[in-house]
Design a protein around this ligand. Structure first.
Ligand SMILES: [Zn+2]
Length: 464
């Protein structure tokens, strides 16, 4: 499998450190609010990569941290007159609700929280200080960038440019303007913890270095996140971890592109800043998942009414193809899996894998699903054997599951309606068209429209 490594700016062959296991760390959200559509992109993209590894038989250790102590958390807690912990608990629960609705494999995800690792963080900083990579000025501890020879290697920033371009802050206590805080001295109105440097709290970057090492070891396979995290966050993580361990932090650094809204950058000031919860009221979140996977993860994608509607109708076409197969499965004759069918379906499957192995090209991988549907729609009929149908359907579902789609199907119609559809088919078979029409009306009254097609009956829920 080839993955684009930000560190080398090249697509490289991915081979995990341990033969059967992939160790992945994805930077998670600061839990002071509902997640927005931009947060959903890395969640979906890297969940899909994880699913692909699992499909290929790897065990995946998958870590997504929750940043539950930082300036935004403190500000929110003060505004709401409550504690940082309470804000964090609330929005972690909301995150998990959204995440489940986006079909992220939460059951296979570990979510460490910064607040649960203050002791580990202090230990890590202490070690950096002892090794000469950090210095304490009146209770503020900074990372000394002059000690880190290859600083800037991920974002390809030049150290001299950074230094001359850096904003020199009022607190003139840093040795170098681009040194960053590992530990921040206690301030009025902020939560704090005791440490060798006095009371204070951790800086932001340190938590990922600490938790990645704690859960995955010194060197991991993949560290991922949005491209906005490349600098300074990921650059600083590398500096901290590699200075401490003397080993490479992550073999691969993966970054997803940003989401634009109506071709503008998503921002609070433009009032085009949507939370996942907001959009879940406009359309099913499976459509958001499908929309995000329909573009290449490294490129920007444009969220708009049109692009969402396109995603919606594409997904519907896949569902219709799947439903036709399910319908035929019940009605068609038994036989044998034919070699031709197997060969054709297997070809689509290997095309799918080829796309996924070319730097997670989900847009092309989706095309393979459409190929299966197009093929079965035009070649399968009443005489196609159950075995052929089953092979096509199971492949479609298997590949759909790698993308994390087709998870809403079971909720689509109730057993009562399914029974009515069968009754109607029975009536039609007996040429009792009056009865068949009456049943159709009854089903319509229950909110479902039927459509008779060559492959059988299709149904659609009426939008309220
Ligand atoms: Zn991080």
């Amino acid at each position: 499998m080839k993955l684009y490594n930000t560190l080398t700016r090249k697509k490289e062959e991915f081979i995990p450190i341990e033969s059967n296991k992939v160790k992945m760390y994805v930077c998670g959200p600061t839990v002071y609010n509902y997640i927005h559509v931009g947060n959903a992109r890395p969640m979906i993209v890297f969940d899909t990569l994880r699913r692909y590894f699992q499909y290929k038989g790897y065990k995946v250790d998958y870590i997504v941290n929750f940043t539950d102590i930082d300036d935004k958390m403190i500000k929110k807690a003060n505004e709401e007159n409550t504690t940082v912990k309470k804000i964090a608990d609330k929005f972690i629960a909301e995150y998990l609700t959204d995440s489940k609705n986006l079909n992220i494999k939460e059951e296979d995800t570990t979510h460490p929280r910064a607040l649960d690792h203050i002791g580990d963080i202090i230990k890590f900083i202490k070690e950096l200080e002892e090794k000469g990579f950090a210095y304490n000025v009146n209770g503020n501890v900074y990372f000394d960038i002059s000690k880190c020879k290859d600083y800037g290697k991920l974002s390809k920033k030049n150290l001299e440019d950074l230094v001359s371009g850096a904003r020199v802050e009022v607190s003139d206590e840093k040795k170098n303007p681009i040194d960053f805080a590992l530990w921040k001295k206690e301030k009025q109105g902020e939560p704090s913890w005791g440490s060798p440097w006095g009371k204070g709290r951790p800086g932001w970057h340190i938590e990922c270095s600490v938790m990645s090492r704690k859960y995955l070891g010194d060197t991991i396979d993949i560290h991922a996140g949005g491209e906005d995290l490349q600098f300074p966050h990921h650059e600083n993580e590398i500096a901290q971890t590699e200075s401490l361990t003397g080993k490479p932090f992550a073999r691969f650094w993966l970054h997803n592109g940003m989401i634009n809204v109506d071709n503008h950058k998503m921002s609070k000031s433009l009032n085009n800043f949507f939370t996942v919860r907001d959009v879940s009221e406009l359309f099913d979140l499976e459509i958001l998942r499908f929309f995000i996977l329909s573009g290449h993860y490294r490129k920007p994608i444009n969220y708009s009414k049109d692009t969402i509607n396109q995603a919606k109708s594409s997904l519907e076409r896949l569902y219709n193809g799947k439903r036709s197969l399910e319908y035929m499965l019940d009605k068609n004759p038994k036989g044998q899996l034919s070699n031709d069918i197997k060969q054709t379906i297997d070809n689509f499957k290997s095309e799918f894998e080829k796309s996924m192995e070319d730097d997670i090209n989900t847009a092309d991988a989706i095309t393979s699903l459409f190929e299966i549907v197009r093929f079965t729609n035009s070649n399968f009929n009443n005489n196609t054997s159950v075995e052929d149908i089953k092979y096509a359907l199971e492949t479609l579902e298997l590949l759909g599951d790698v993308l994390g789609i087709f998870y809403k199907e079971e909720e689509e119609i109730s057993d009562d309606i399914k029974k009515l559809i069968e009754d109607r088919q029975e009536a039609k078979k007996n040429k009792d068209y009056d009865k068949a029409d009456k049943i159709r009306e009854k089903i319509y009254a229950l909110g479902v429209v039927l459509e008779d097609t060559r492959q059988g009956v299709k149904w659609k829920k009426i939008k309220k």
